[in-house]
Write a protein that binds this ligand. Structure first.
Ligand code: G3H
Ligand code: 13P
Ligand code: ZN
Length: 330
């Protein structure tokens, strides 16, 4: 058993309480590799923001669980070395079984998500409760999910979005004992969050996605006042990045995300954790494609991963400062 405390990590309890009170959201950035982690830590130290390092089961398979855990330990030391020891959470993203959650808890994660959103309600309650009972013995915090996002949730695929039903949240939170709740109000995973026919177009032909269902969020907040709410699928899919990718050999069609002003509005509410992965993938891909196109003779990975890391860092600083409001809260 490796406790997250030995790694210098914290759970989400105080972080979320402060964020709900302060009207901002904590960034939850996914990582699989060193450059992403360096960029996250540099950006969050420079903006003095708390951060949730998010690891999916796919990321664990890709990078190796032992390496990832020790990278998180390294991140804590790295932040200190950079001169500002921000609070860092290591979180399992979209855990799909009790065994996976247990394995993470026993190997240094300070927070886990158990995603039973695709299960019938009673089975979601039972699975989530089981994880909470084990996690809380180790003071690890747990995120549950009610409602299904459109798109692909790790191994869990959902064709259509089923918005969270506000009438279920109070019962779910009470029965499971979760510390935070991910909800479905119109966000979606990936870089193509909506089909063009679900969007309108502005004068320049740019796709405008349907607005988030703030009415559902408000109804949920009324039923569980002050309870920490999580938004998945919250990348904004900047069109400048899509354009760089597509003009340098890429082929991203109809890529569209959640407008930043809607995320800003959500962050001022009880939404205290906002998940961003795809925007980082786009920034990295755009930077790397550009180097490959501009300098075809380049073959030193540092010469394309370095610019990708710089682009990621700028992206994360922008999110913390201008979208989530987490800058200065670390
Ligand atoms: O919501 C899922 C995250 O973007 C992680 O994606 O399973 O491809 O690592 P992944
Ligand atoms: P995006 O695909 O919108 O970045 O969402 C990431 C996410 O929700 C990770 O759990
Ligand atoms: Zn997600």
């Amino acid at each position: 058993m490796v406790s997250y405390r030995e790694l210098g990590l914290v759970n989400t309890r105080k972080m979320f309480a402060d964020a709900v009170k302060g009207g901002y959201a904590i960034p939850a950035y996914n990582f699989n590799n060193m450059e992403q982690l360096q960029a996250i830590i540099q950006a969050c130290v420079e903006t003095k923001s708390p951060v949730i390092l998010q690891v999916s089961s796919g990321a664990r398979k890709y990078a190796n669980a032992t390496l990832l855990r020790n990278m998180a330990r390294g991140a804590v030391e790295y932040a200190k070395e950079l001169g500002y020891p921000i609070p860092i959470v290591l979180h399992l993203d979209h855990g799909d079984s009790f065994e996976l959650a247990k394995d993470c808890i026993e190997s240094g994660f300070s927070s886990v998500m158990i995603d039973g959103s695709h299960l019938p309600y009673d089975e979601n309650v039972a699975l989530t409760k089981k994880v909470v009972e084990f996690a809380h013995q180790h003071d690890v915090t747990v995120e549950g999910e009610l409602g299904v996002l459109a798109g692909v949730e790790d191994e869990v695929s959902a064709e259509h979005s089923n918005y969270t039903r506000p009438e279920e949240v109070e019962d779910f939170v009470k029965k499971t004992g979760v510390d935070s709740l991910a909800i479905s109000i119109g966000t979606s995973h990936g870089a193509t969050k909506f089909k063009p026919e679900q969007c309108t177009r502005n004068a320049d032909g740019v796709l405008i996605p349907p607005p988030l269902r703030f009415d559902i969020l408000e109804e949920i907040e009324k039923r569980i006042p002050g309870f920490p709410i999580v938004l998945h699928g919250s990348s904004s899919v900047p069109q400048e990045q899509v354009k760089i990718i597509n003009t340098h050999g890429g082929a991203l069609k109809d890529a569209v995300g959640i407008p930043e002003e809607q995320l800003r509005r959500a962050a001022r509410s009880a939404v205290c954790k906002i998940n961003i992965d795809s925007d980082g993938r786009l920034a990295m891909t755009a930077a790397i494609r550009k180097v490959f196109a501009d300098k075809p003779a380049e073959f030193d990975p540092r010469k394309y991963l370095g610019p990708a890391r710089d682009a990621l860092k700028e992206l994360y600083k922008h999110k913390n400062e201008n979208v989530l409001g987490s800058a200065g809260k670390g």
